[in-house]
Design a protein around this ligand. Structure first.
Ligand code: BGC
Length: 428
């Protein structure tokens, strides 16, 4: 019988060591360049009209909304970074379809709650979905990701619509990767970095970086000496090879074909990919008959359960269906062996992704300061199946430092980075 690794490779899911990192990095950079020039590309490369040079007055308080993956948070942000008066609720449209009015009502009522406590006039709004940015920091939603169902909002200028319902005001909207980049920039203290990458790996994934070539036509009209943060919308990168498991889950999502890269590495999808691996492996005879029947019959697999099981962690008070299905030691061992490569591929793809953006900043050569990478998101920090952060660093040391002599630093995590960054944008 073939090994589980051979079975995975036959289905297009290679072992980490067999992933061709260099050609993926080259493909990423080529897609970035095409996207910047406005040529057909899987990367949107959205100019954000946000630079990195502004200063905020300490003590200012900004009202902030944070429409993230499946959560909607709100509160008051102060610099040095702290968040007060917080509230967390489900993102409108995350638990079933909502119409336009109820969508905006959820945000308007939070603005009414927090704005009276703010000293900054502008509201900061972190909006973590693909949206075109305008010079006055409004955002036109291109499409939903993360399964949000509020169809009427697609194509709308979210800031303008919200202001209409508030009867006036000013809003600065920015993507969570841009907010994360700004947040870490504002908290770096004594350090000097030559450039910045903002990265999210949570329910979804994406990168923002600082582009210095403002001669690019798409960025025209900008300060020719200035630099601009670009929101790449890198979750939609389509040059990474997909396995039959990825294709199977993609077909079942609400947006088949969209965000293929995100669907291989982000939190919303790792569990479903793992489930496809298990079902296919069960059909190939890798499990006992009983386990095979039960895993094929399981309705769905949450990333958290897949992760905890692969890590060998039992969480008190949380029943994990995999603990029962793979109760026999031989099944459990096989399931872990089949599950690990899903996480390892995610870590290698994450590193490839980050390396490509660090290279694209054009900085970090040994004669300059390192490029800062500011990472945020639950999948990056909370995955247990592998030492995710460590594996990414090891890969980056090889891809960037050893092979290209480019220096980087993963900055310490900033608490509530997306909210803090949105607050900074409101204060600037
Ligand atoms: C969205 C991005 C966002 C990323 C991380 C993706 O699904 O399209 O705009 O930055 O998730 O939250």
């Amino acid at each position: 019988m073939k090994t589980p690794e051979a079975f995975l490779a036959e289905n297009g899911l290679p072992e980490a060591r067999d992933i061709d990192r260099s050609s993926l990095i080259a493909a990423f950079i080529s897609e970035m360049e095409k996207g910047l020039k406005g040529e057909p590309s899987s990367l949107m490369m959205i100019p954000t009209y946000v630079g990195v040079d502004g200063k905020v007055a300490p003590g200012t308080k900004a009202a902030v909304l944070d429409a993230g993956g499946t959560n909607f948070r709100s509160g008051i942000v102060t610099i040095p970074p702290s968040v007060e008066d917080r509230k967390n609720q489900p993102m409108p449209g995350a638990n079933g379809p909502v119409d336009i009015e109820s969508f905006y009502e959820a945000f308007a009522s939070e603005v009414k709650r927090v704005l009276p406590k703010a000293t900054a006039r502008k509201i900061g709004f972190c909006f973590s979905y693909p949206a075109e940015a305008t010079p006055d920091l409004d955002a036109r939603l291109v499409r939903w990701t993360k399964g949000i169902r509020a169809d009427g909002v697609v194509g709308q200028y979210v800031g303008r619509e919200l202001i209409k319902r508030l009867g006036g005001g000013e809003i600065a909207i920015l993507n969570d990767t841009v907010a994360t980049l700004l947040a870490a920039k504002a908290t770096e203290g004594e350090k000097t970095y030559s450039s910045y990458v903002g990265f999210i790996l949570g329910t979804g994934t994406n990168c923002a970086y600082v582009e210095r070539n403002t001669a690019i036509e798409k960025l025209s009209g900008l300060d020719p000496n200035g630099k601009m943060i670009i929101n790449a919308e890198s979750g939609s990168f389509n040059k990474a090879p997909r396995s039959s498991f990825d294709l199977a889950i993609d077909a079942k999502t609400m947006s088949p074909g969209d965000n293929p890269f995100e669907k291989m590495i982000a939190g919303a999808y790792l569990g479903p990919v793992g489930h496809e691996v298990y079902k296919a492996a069960a059909r190939e005879g890798f499990f006992s008959k009983e386990a095979a029947e039960r895993i094929i019959g399981l309705a769905s697999l949450k990333t958290m359960d897949f992760d905890n099981f692969t890590a060998g962690c039992k969480v008190e008070g949380r029943a994990n269906p995999l603990d029962e299905i793979f109760a026999k030691p031989a099944d459990a061992k096989m399931a872990r062996r089949l599950g690990l490569p899903v996480f390892e591929r995610a870590a290698v793809f994450t590193a490839v992704h980050l390396a490509a953006f660090v290279i694209k900043t054009g900085e970090g050569a040994s004669s300059s300061a390192p490029v800062a990478i500011n990472a945020d998101g639950s999948t990056y920090y909370k995955t247990r199946a592998i030492q995710f952060d460590e594996m990414v660093r090891r890969e980056l040391d090889d891809m960037l430092v050893k092979r290209r002599n480019i220096h980087y630093e993963l900055t310490p995590q900033v608490d509530d980075a997306p909210m803090v960054g949105a607050g900074i944008a409101a204060m600037l």
